[in-house]
Write a protein that binds this ligand. Sequence first.
Ligand code: RNT
Ligand code: ZN
Length: 422
Amino acid sequence: MNREKESRINEGYSYAKEKYAAFGVDTDNVISKLKDLKISLHCWQGDDVNGFEKNAGGADGGILSTGNYPGRARNADELRADFEKALSLIPGKHRINLHAIYLDTDENVERDQITTEHFRKWIDWAKRLGIGIDFNPTCFGHPMASSGFTIGSKDEKIRQFWVRHIKACRKIAADIGKELNSPCIMNTWLPDGMKDTPADRLGYRMQMKKSLDEIFQDKYDKKHLIDAFESKLFGIGVESYTVASHEFVLGYSLKNGITPCMDMGHFHLTESVADKISSVLLFSDDLLLHVSRPVRWDSDHVVILNDDLLAVAQEIKRSNAFDKVYYALDFFDGSINRITAWVTGTRAALKSILIALLEPTDHILQAENDGNYGNRLALSEEFKTLPFGAVWDKFCLDMGVPVGAEWLKNIKEYEDSVLSKR
Ligand code: RNT
Ligand code: ZN
């Protein structure tokens, strides 16, 4: 970056600093907090949730990536290269999130037989980059899941197969956490459900509970493994019944010391995930968020800086809970450059956090406590146009990543020299 541009960014920043200081907000302090904040980047945006099993069949179980933009990663080496490109355009040091189907091995290994060694190359790579890895069992896109049930199945063969898979994944996740010296968050999402109204809603839930109890019998140190469990409302082809519903997941998690996971696309569209945070955190030590963007349904669009995203970050800030809430991205759009998708979504999530951290919350709170709801409203509106963009630019500059839309040039270069050759 040339000196002229750099000094313009610094000028903009000192103006913003002054503006925020007038409300008692220290922008330098906010930037230093944001530097330490980690977002978990999901590997599955890089290849449309296909994975690298020998007979990879893509996603099912109600989730769907659409689009055929050229250049999708076809193997783990390509995916790692794409990740590195994305990470180089995102300010801060982040984590990556692997699904079990992203194993990197020549072996043809069944899901209930996978071991840490099948992820050795990922672990070594993460060590080299100095980043953490999160993990997920993959309970979809497999013949044993074709009945629509996994650990909630009434068929013992199917149920036990998936119990073995999730147990194997927990072992791998704990090994990863230990080796990388950073707890690995393993999130379990289960597609189990039915297209039409079941006669036995309770029965499958009892099966699932029994399976989970078996799975969590294996004990691991929280220093290495944090177990999370994701709820869902419905999926395509699973419209009438989801075994792991919000109540099921929240109930099971709270009772068993598991971290609940709330995906922003897994609720009725008029429900506010932001509103749930303060309730969940009163009863759970922590919370995993799958940061996603539903458009009419759980469509997993790329995350953008919209009201929902901002409201979530504001709630976490207002609950002073950034150390208890883990941000993991979850979207998959195959219709655009996949690195652009990662970078856009991650930068949007970081911007929402930055805006929340910069918020002069005390002033809004004071107005509320004084019973002056007019001032609360007016201040909230005024704060929306404080110059956070100048602080964001400064943050990007400090972190050595492109400022503004400059990063699109890097994407173009990479597309020309790498992606277009695939
Ligand atoms: C599905 C869940 C789940 C998946 C990933 C691939 O609706 O959101 O988190 O998106 O595990
Ligand atoms: Zn999710």
